[in-house]
Design a binder for this molecule. Structure first.
Ligand code: SF4
Length: 395
C-alpha cells in the first residue's frame, strides 16, 4: 500500500473491493490522461477495445486514453499512480514493456507482431482478416484491419509461431493463459478449426490454458472438434442482445441471429461445461438496458458467461467518435448480471482462460466480488443512451 488518499467521488483505498470497482468503472467511462510512459497499450485488433493496460491496486484493468479526463496517470519514484485533481487515488503497476517483445523468430518476425501480452494473458488475432471488414457488414466498433494496415501485426500467424511466442511469454513475462481470436471466415467452420489448431499448439508447447474465439459455425459438430484439440474455453461473441443495435452496428452478426448464438452456446456448454463459454456484451451502443439484462439472465441460465463491457471505440473504427457509456449507465447493469452469475455459481474463476478470466475490460467480476444486487429481472434503472444516428458505415 502507498499513501493513497480516499476522496469522493470514487477513490480507492486499495483494500476495499467496492471502492476499487467504483474507481475502475469511472476510469473506463471517462478514460485517463497519460502523463508518463505506458508501454502496455493496445491499438486496433479485433473487437471493441483500444486501451492502456495496467494493474490498478493489483487489479488488471484496461483504460481508454483521454486527454480530457480528470484522471491522470503519472510517474512516481520507481512506479506510477493515478491522480484526480492532484490527489493520488490509486497505485499502478505492470506498465513496462514485456521482455518477449524484443525477440524475433528465426525468419525475422518480431514476437510482438505475433502476439501481445494483455496484462497476464497472451493474446493474438491469428487471422487478421475478416469477411465482414471493408464492406457494409463491418462491425462498427472493430479495428481488425487497422492494425494490419499499420504494420503492427502480420496477416496470419502459424501454430508454430504462436507456440514459440507462448513459451517465451510464459517464461519471461509470466503469461498465465492465452486468448486467441480470429476474423470471421466464409468457411463452414467460420475459422474455428484454424484458431483451435493454433490454441492446441500453444497449449502443447507452453502448457497454458487457452480460450479461442470465433463466430457460430454452420455445423455445430465443429465445437466437438475444437474441444478434442484440447481447447479449454470458447468465446462466441454476439456483442449486443438488442436486435436493432446489432442490425445497425454489426449487420453480419445480425444476420446470424440471436437464436443461432443461443443454439451455439447451448451446444458449446454441453461440450466445454458451464462457465467455459462466454460472449461479449458491449454497453453504450444505444441498446435497451432492460432487454440486455434479461438476455444476459437467459445466457447465464444455460451456463454462458456474458462478459459485459463498456464500449471504448477503436481509433479509426466506424464508431471512433462514439463516447464510452457513463458509470451511471453501466453500474446497474453490472450489478444485475453479477447477481445472476453469483446465483448460478459462475465467475471469472470458472472461465479458466480468456477474456472472462482476465476481466480487465470490465468491472463485472469486481462488482460480483463486492456483492451484487439480488438476482431478479426487474428494470435496471439505467437510462438508455441516445440512439446512434451515424457510425460512418462503409457501403
Ligand atoms: S466479426 Fe466483426 S468484430 Fe469480429 S473481426 Fe470481423 S468485423 Fe471485427
Amino acid at each position: 500500500m502507498t499513501d493513497v488518499v480516499s476522496t469522493a467521488p470514487p477513490s480507492s483505498t486499495g483494500s476495499n473491493t467496492a471502492d476499487v470497482a467504483a474507481l475502475i468503472m469511472e476510469l473506463q467511462a471517462v478514460g485517463m490522461r497519460i502523463e508518463t510512459t505506458l508501454e502496455t497499450s493496445r491499438k486496433g485488433g479485433a473487437g471493441p477495445s483500444d486501451s492502456g493496460m495496467l494493474w490498478v491496486e493489483g487489479v488488471p484493468v484496461t483504460v481508454p486514453p483521454s486527454a480530457d479526463s480528470p484522471y491522470a496517470l503519472r510517474a512516481e519514484d520507481g512506479s506510477q499512480g493515478i491522480y484526480l485533481h492532484g490527489v493520488k487515488v490509486a497505485s499502478v503497476s505492470g506498465t513496462s514493456r514485456p521482455r518477449f517483445y524484443d525477440l524475433t523468430t528465426a525468419d525475422g518476425v518480431p514476437y510482438h507482431q505475433i502476439a501481445l501480452l494483455h496484462l497476464d494473458s497472451l493474446a493474438s488475432t491469428v487471422v487478421q482478416t475478416c469477411n465482414y471488414w471493408g464492406n457494409s457488414d463491418q462491425c462498427g466498433f472493430c479495428g481488425i484491419g487497422l492494425s494490419l494496415a499499420s504494420g503492427a501485426t502480420i496477416a496470419k500467424k502459424t501454430p508454430a509461431m504462436l507456440a514459440e511466442v507462448a513459451v517465451a511469454a510464459k517464461e519471461l513475462d509470466g503469461a498465465v493463459d492465452a486468448t486467441l481470436t480470429t476474423g470471421s471466415s466464409v468457411a463452414p467452420d467460420r475459422g474455428a478449426l484454424y484458431v483451435a489448431r493454433c490454441g492446441q499448439a500453444v497449449k502443447e508447447a507452453a502448457g497454458l490454458p487457452v480460450e479461442v474465439q470465433f463466430e457460430p459455425p454452420r455445423d455445430l459438430t465443429v465445437l466437438d472438434r475444437v474441444h478434442d484439440m484440447g481447447i479449454d474455453a470458447v468465446g462466441v461473441h454476439i456483442e449486443s442482445f438488442d436486435p436493432a443495435v446489432l442490425a445497425r452496428v454489426a449487420p453480419g452478426k445480425f444476420r446470424t441471429g440471436v437464436d443461432r448464438y443461443f443454439q451455439t452456446w447451448e451446444r458449446a456448454v454441453e461440450v466445454f461445461g458451464e462457465g467455459r463459454v462466454s460472449t461479449y456484451v458491449i454497453l453504450g451502443m444505444g441498446e435497451d438496458p432492460d432487454l440486455t439484462v434479461e438476455m444476459c439472465r437467459r445466457a447465464v441460465d444455460i451456463g454462458v458467461y456474458p462478459f459485459v463491457v463498456p464500449l471504448r471505440p477503436v481509433a479509426g473504427s466506424l464508431m471512433e467518435h462514439v463516447p464510452a457509456p457513463s458509470r451511471e449507465y453501466t453500474e446497474p447493469i453490472y450489478r444485475k448480471v453479477a447477481g445472476f452469475l453469483a446465483a448460478r455459481g459462475l465467475g471469472a474463476d470458472t472461465a479458466v482462460a480468456g477474456c472472462a478470466r482476465c476481466q480487465a475490460c470490465s468491472s463485472l467480476n469486481l462488482v460480483q466480488r463486492a456483492g451484487a444486487a439480488p438476482p431478479c429481472a426487474s428494470p435496471t434503472g439505467a437510462t438508455r443512451p441516445a440512439p446512434l444516428l451515424q457510425i460512418g458505415r462503409r457501403n
